[in-house]
Design a binder for this molecule. Sequence first.
Ligand code: NAD
Ligand code: DAU
Length: 351
Amino acid sequence: MKKTLLITGGAGFIGSHVVRLFVTKYPDYKIVNLDALTYAGNLENLKDIQDAPNYIFEKADITDEATINSIFAKYNFDGVIHLAAESHVDRSIIDPNAFIRTNVMGTANLLNAARTIWKDNMEGKRFYHVSTDEVYGSLGEEGFFLETTPYDPQSPYSASKAASDHFVRAYGNTYHMPFVITNCSNNYGPNHFPEKLIPLFINNIRNNKPLPVYGDGKYTRDWLYVVDHARAIDMVFHGGRNGETYNIGGFNEWQNIELVKLMCREMDKRLGRQEGESEKLISYIKDRPGHDRRYAIDATKINKELGWYPSVTFEEGLRITIDWYMANEEWLNHVTSGDYKKYYENQYTHR
Ligand code: NAD
Ligand code: DAU
């Protein structure tokens, strides 16, 4: 069936994998990738599909209401998969307003534009909002986040994502907007911007730079390979029930320090270093303010209802990821030039 879909944030880390999957798997769909190309957006992530006949790129900012309305009027979308966001917790601590603007106001602009073009007939339409497990707050040593876990966001980033989730549900309730929301755990894989733990540390190990571990390093995250998140988005978009939430995660918890040591061992092998060499770069530094202790997703609902499971183990996914970064030095050098240096200095040197 022919459809015209809007994917926002498609030049970013997860968005680029979602765009690639939809463009290649659904040649009958017209895929419009709307992205403002902030520091995190990079069209190099989509070089391999940029000339596909069913792919269109629109450079636009979701906070620009008039432009968003005109793009919705131009394409008359059948569905929206919304990933565009400010996504880095540390940046949200430095500048919360940027997160309120894009994640809250930007999402509201998309909802309003969708409501305008769909108001006469919502049948078959779908607003898919991509959210995060961070909206549920922080876990102690036991337990998992369920779809029914009460929201308890702790950082400006997670508060802005929680607010956007609430708006999506409110539009479903008030205007009968057909929606689905997914809340996913930490992703890793190719195209991940090196401000986040895994790509930052791969890059620093490669360059023999200190590995800045926050606090005691015993914070825990639940890691999922990005392509498996994109597969889940495809399954929920096509098979998820309207008005439902699905948690996505790989039952794959790692304490940061254990993960960092694993990366060091893998990188020692790649770089021909003696075992233990890269671990010497580990440097414990001042903690992130308000740092959430542990995230862990219970993905039983999406497992049972849609038959989604991760396709790769963590060890495989991490190996593929490290190989990708080692083979894509140019990509890394490109994204770490310019403003990145200023960010890095501010975040780590003056800590
Ligand atoms: P990212 O920072 O790599 O990419 C975000 C993309 O959005 C970039 O291409 C950027 O240019 C674009 N963008 C930012 N502000 C915009 C604006 N105002 N208008 C238009 N485009 C804009 O983010 P990511 O890690 O790929 O995350 C994508 C989505 O998935 C986000 O909504 C995030 O909250 C969610 N999420 C991320 C993770 C994770 O581990 N990275 C996990 C769960 C959920
Ligand atoms: O859980 C999903 C979320 O995962 C997404 O919604 C966010 O967009 C994404 O950025 C990610 O958030 P985290 O804060 O968990 O990811 P980050 O890579 O920034 O940090 C992972 C862990 O590593 C966290 O405990 C903080 C720690 N850390 C991070 C950095 C950048 C360090 O110890 N040192 C660092 O330099």
